[in-house]
Design a protein around this ligand. Structure first.
Ligand SMILES: *Cc1c(COP(=O)(O)O)cnc(C)c1O
Length: 390
């Protein structure tokens, strides 16, 4: 059956077939660590579940299809998937990374990978001249986010991919904030799209997992990108279990309807906040006032559910606001059906050095919101009440 499928159909059908043995319509949870062999070395494609597990195989096939990729590999967290990409490199290699990154990514780069001899430059990645200036003879990878976390800066993904390709470096983008429903970086020339599945892809705040989606291609040493990343997935062993793989397959089925609602709600909230006298500024790529609104519109089909705003207040007023919200839960993470709110300076980005935070713009009155799929009028009423407390 080779019918072309639209995204809304793919999330339900791509890579998923009724179970060959039983006809089970939903992918079974193959809760096993090992597999019987008929004679030594003679198996049915599965030997040991760190290496491969049938539930995970179905999840990887579906994720690849959603991102317009040939291959997908899943890991036990988003950070484990980023670590696998870093492990494509060796000591003395150089990574050019965007300067506004998920706090844990920056920590992995500067406190773990740097100790293994990987060198880094952090640049304003959307500034083509600045980016080109950092591309050194030993630059092997360009890593960035668009939009960034938490400043919501949108970068021209094709431009960065082009600079990397001309230099012979791999280009990887963290696509967590957008989900493949709104943005598919491989179609824009990127080599590797990475997701914290923990967020929108699973969507229910009950799993931690990560993924890499990519097209296979030869590497310098005769290996291919897939063979090397598959080797690293198995060799490092940060692989998710079958039950979590099942939960993500379940969450993915509603990805399209969830994302549409996240984005609709976020747009209404952004418009409301932008007009509120106690709000200094709203950073949401769907607003015409966003500095990269035109780029965002061109390279994505929507604007997702993440936004950042600055209160006209100090740390104390910001705290009062964050303590006053009721429907928005004060918590790290994002992308679940429930609305979350957080304070990057003291929460998600507390591990970023204070002077770097300031330079990026992560100020004390900056708030990040993950807009859920509740009734938007209830969310607006909650914000309205809490803003009165500022
Ligand atoms: C959460 C997140 C990560 C890390 O993923 P984990 O699943 O928590 O390891 C990386 N990038 C972004 C943008 C994230 O939001």
């Amino acid at each position: 059956m080779d019918l072309p499928m639209r995204f809304e159909t793919k999330v339900i059908h791509a890579g998923v077939q009724p179970d060959a043995q039983t006809g089970a319509v939903m992918t079974p949870i193959y809760q096993t660590s090992t597999y019987a062999q008929a004679s030594p070395g003679e198996h049915r494609g599965y030997e040991y579940s760190r290496t491969d597990n049938p539930t995970r195989t179905v999840l990887q096939a579906q994720l690849a299809d959603l991102e317009s990729a040939e291959k997908a590999l899943v890991f036990s967290s988003g950070l484990a998937s980023i670590d696998a990409v870093v492990n494509l490199l060796k000591a003395g290699d150089h990574i050019v990374a965007g300067d506004d990154l998920y706090g844990g990514t920056r920590r992995l780069f500067t406190k773990v990978a740097a100790n293994r001899g990987i060198e880094f430059s952090f640049v304003d990645i959307g500034n083509e001249a600045a980016l080109r200036a950092e591309m050194l003879p030993n630059t092997k990878l360009v890593w960035f986010e668009s939009p960034t976390n938490p400043m919501m800066i949108v970068t021209d993904i094709s431009m960065v991919a082009d600079v990397a390709r001309r230099h012979g470096a791999l280009c990887a983008v963290d696509n967590t904030f957008m989900s493949p429903y709104f943005q598919r970086p491989l179609e824009l020339g990127v080599d590797i799209s990475m997701h914290s599945i923990t967020k929108y892809l699973n969507g229910h705040s009950d799993v931690v997992m990560g993924a890499l989606m990519f097209n296979d291609r030869p590497l310098d040493d005769g290996e291919t990108l897939y063979s090397r990343l598959k080797f690293l997935q198995n060799s490092i062993g940060a692989t998710p279990g079958p039950f979590d793989s099942f939960l993500v397959l379940r969450g993915l089925k509603t990805l399209a309807v969830r994302m549409q609602r996240h984005a609709d709600n976020a747009m209404k909230i952004a418009e409301y906040l932008e007009l509120h006298p106690k709000v200094e500024r709203v950073l949401y790529p769907g607003l015409a006032s966003h500095p990269q609104y035109e780029i965002a519109k061109r390279q994505a089909s929507g604007f997702s559910g993440m936004m950042t705003f600055l209160l006209r207040s100090d740390l104390a007023g910001t705290r009062r606001f964050l303590e006053a919200v009721r429907l928005f839960t004060l918590a790290e993470s994002l992308g679940g059906v429930e609305s979350l709110i957080e304070h990057p300076a003291t929460m998600t980005h507390a591990s970023v050095p204070a002077e770097v935070r300031k330079q990026i713009g992560i100020l004390d009155n900056l708030i990040r919101v993950s807009v859920g799929i509740e009734a938007v009028d209830d969310l607006l009423a909650d914000l309205d009440k809490a803003l009165a407390a500022v």
